[in-house]
Design a protein around this ligand. Structure first.
Ligand SMILES: NC(=O)c1ccc[n+]([C@@H]2O[C@H](COP(=O)([O-])OP(=O)(O)OC[C@H]3O[C@@H](n4cnc5c(N)ncnc54)[C@H](OP(=O)(O)O)[C@@H]3O)[C@@H](O)[C@H]2O)c1
Length: 257
């Protein structure tokens, strides 16, 4: 009888790996941190508010997983470099801290532009650069996952600055993936649609915008934090070993047409 050799499904487990998650005290970052911890990683959770991030890390520990909370403003470059040196090297980065203050294009001010761009693009760029340096030095490879958005692939009302930053991080992802591949470091993004978090509350409070969302999301519902969790684990794990320089959109079909 002919014996069929079965391929072995790569593992989605992350036991023994150390992950940094920025913006981990609530919303998408908290979801990613829980998912990575549940898959076996030790998770270093970062946000500015010390009380909030410690409460979030404690909740992850109370659920039986391994987590540490650190108070860090990723926009404070020197503090960020020192903190990553202290807590790294990391095998996984979920580079998620980000924000939005939607404004009509013609009303955008320098302050609004600088505030969104400083966090979503400048800080995200340098956090990933710093983690990548640690990964290169450790010589074990790694996975960097940026939180982009569906708005890194299409435009949106009142979102000219936000789209600029998210299209920007898609470009950074592609270019850095080319350079970091030599070190077995993969770089990808997740591109969520509107997810119910504190950041999107103002959109969900606006009936005209809710109508827009419901028309655009083909699956007929907005996203919940749970919707991003599987993609984060997948991109962090060996199950995505040949995936780099690209994006997983989690958009219910928004960008399909
Ligand atoms: N919600 C959505 O519909 C949606 C869709 C697509 C993409 N995204 C992206 O997903 C990411 C997270 O969004 P979210 O909705 O979860 O936001 P959120 O609910 O406002 O949470 C933001 C998190 O980032 C932290 N943070 C903000 N500024 C920081 C800084 N300078 N340094 C360190 N941490 C900082 C916040 O804690 P502190 O305030 O204590 O620092 C908090 O933990 C963002 O990149 C966003 O652009 C969101």
């Amino acid at each position: 009888m002919v014996m069929t050799a079965l391929p072995k499904t790569p593992s989605f487990r992350l036991d023994g790996r150390c992950a940094l998650v920025t913006g981990a005290s609530r919303g998408i970052g908290l979801g990613g941190a829980v998912a990575l911890a549940e898959a076996g990683a030790h998770v270093v959770m970062a946000a500015r508010n010390a009380e909030d991030i410690e409460a979030a890390a404690q909740a992850v520990r109370d659920a039986g997983y391994s987590a540490q909370g650190i108070s860090l403003d990723v926009g404070d470059h020197d503090a960020m470099v020192a903190s990553i040196a202290e807590h790294g090297p990391f095998d996984i980065l979920f580079n998620n801290a980000g924000t939005n203050r939607p404004l009509p294009y013609v009303d955008v001010t320098l302050d609004n532009f600088d505030m969104i761009t400083d966090l979503n693009l400048r800080s995200a760029f340098f956090v990933a650069q710093q983690v990548a340096k640690g990964m290169i030095e450790a010589g074990k490879g790694g996975s960097i996952i940026h939180t982009s958005s569906q708005m890194g692939h299409v435009g949106g009302i009142d979102r000219a600055v936000y789209c600029g930053t998210k299209f920007g991080i898609e470009g950074v992802t592609k270019a850095s993936a080319i350079e970091l591949a030599a070190h077995k470091i993969r770089v990808n993004t997740i591109g969520p649609t509107f997810i119910r978090t504190p950041m999107t509350q103002s959109t969900f409070d606006n009936p005209a915008r809710v109508k827009w969302l419901e028309e655009k999301i083909k699956l007929g519902r907005v996203g919940e934090i749970e919707d991003i969790m599987g993609a984060v684990v997948f991109l962090a794990s060996d199950a995505s070993a040949l995936i780099t320089g690209t994006s997983i959109v989690i958009d219910g079909g928004w960008t399909a047409d």
